[in-house]
Ligand binder design. Structure first.
Ligand code: PMP
Length: 287
């Protein structure tokens, strides 16, 4: 089966899909992206993801390449063409193609729009054995709230984690606090049973999964505190887990080689994953 990508108005063979070498995304990482998870043919939390794309674009003063309605149509058309049942839709908008100069182009340029899909395993409620994380210094810039394609610090941190056998990197700021994962939000459950995740500000990405899970925690009457937590506190925690559009809620059982709690998947993470999977079952299937 042919796999399609969407590039600036056309559905093209994924192997042939390309953008111009002077695209500012390619040259300067002058662009933003979004990832929407797909489970059993349903888009998970599409609206808040597109709202965040809108915010990222506004923060960087990049225009919408197509209308929001049209983007919704393109997402669905690509899913149908690629028969996407489980995985993700990736979308990227850059400032467009212009003669290379750091400053914005003075003549109007059309932003570039690229969409791809990726198939992944069907996510189930059972979390499996959990994952290991490795701490890495957070060397990113001061606007981590914008979902830009400038991901080099995240790339290097994730690579260091993978080379040590860990699944994810936990980024640690100058104060010794865990900000977030390289591509996930970070959570712990304290000995007192309190859920802790860092507050959203310019230091982290306001994860959509994080946001939805907050509502789920509320409905379950779990105590959640949004505040910084140190790496040392995480290592002493009863449980830890990560959230993202593609990993849902994934328990963390090891930090820097040391077991979290008893080293097994915790009850809170297990429950929240179940609830999030249930949440993802809502809505209309596209494919
Ligand atoms: N933080 C970072 C740095 C990320 O890249 C992601 C994944 N987009 C997240 C957190 C999780 O965000 P979401 O739940 O919206 O996928």
């Amino acid at each position: 089966m042919a796999r399609y990508a969407y590039v600036n108005g056309r559905y093209v063979d994924h192997r042939e899909a390309s953008v111009h070498i002077e695209d500012r995304g390619y040259q300067l990482a002058d662009g933003v992206y979004e990832v929407v998870g797909v489970r059993a043919g349903k888009l998970v939390d599409e609206t808040p993801h597109i709202d965040r794309l809108d915010r990222s674009l506004r923060e960087l003063r990049i225009g919408w390449p197509v209308s929001r309605n049209t983007l919704g149509f393109i997402i669905r058309e690509l899913m149908r063409r690629n028969r996407l049942r489980d995985g993700l839709v990736y979308m990227q908008v850059t400032r467009g193609v212009a003669r290379r100069d750091h400053a914005f182009p003075t003549a109007p340029v059309k932003p570039s729009l690229v969409l791809t899909t990726k198939t992944t395993k069907h996510i189930v409620a059972d979390p499996g054995p959990g994952v290991a994380v490795k701490s890495q210094p957070d060397i990113r810039w001061g606007r981590c709230d914008i979902k830009t394609v400038a991901l080099l610090p995240n790339v290097l941190a994730k690579q260091a984690a993978r080379e040590s056998g860990a699944y994810e990197a936990w980024l640690v700021d100058a104060k010794g606090c865990v900000t977030e994962g390289a591509s996930t939000n970070a959570w712990i459950v304290t000995g007192e049973g309190e859920l802790v995740t860092r507050q959203t500000d310019n230091g982290i990405l306001a994860g959509i999964t994080r946001h939805t899970l907050k509502s789920i925690c509320n409905s379950l009457q779990l105590k959640l505190v949004e505040r910084p937590f140190t790496l040392a506190e995480a290592k002493e925690a009863k449980e830890a887990f990560i959230t993202s559009a593609t990993s849902f809620v994934t328990p963390v059982v090891k930090i820097d080689g040391d077991p979290v709690g008893d080293g097994k998947v915790g009850a809170t993470a297990r429950r929240l994953r179940e609830e999030y999977v249930r949440f993802s079952d809502e809505g209309e299937a596209v494919t």
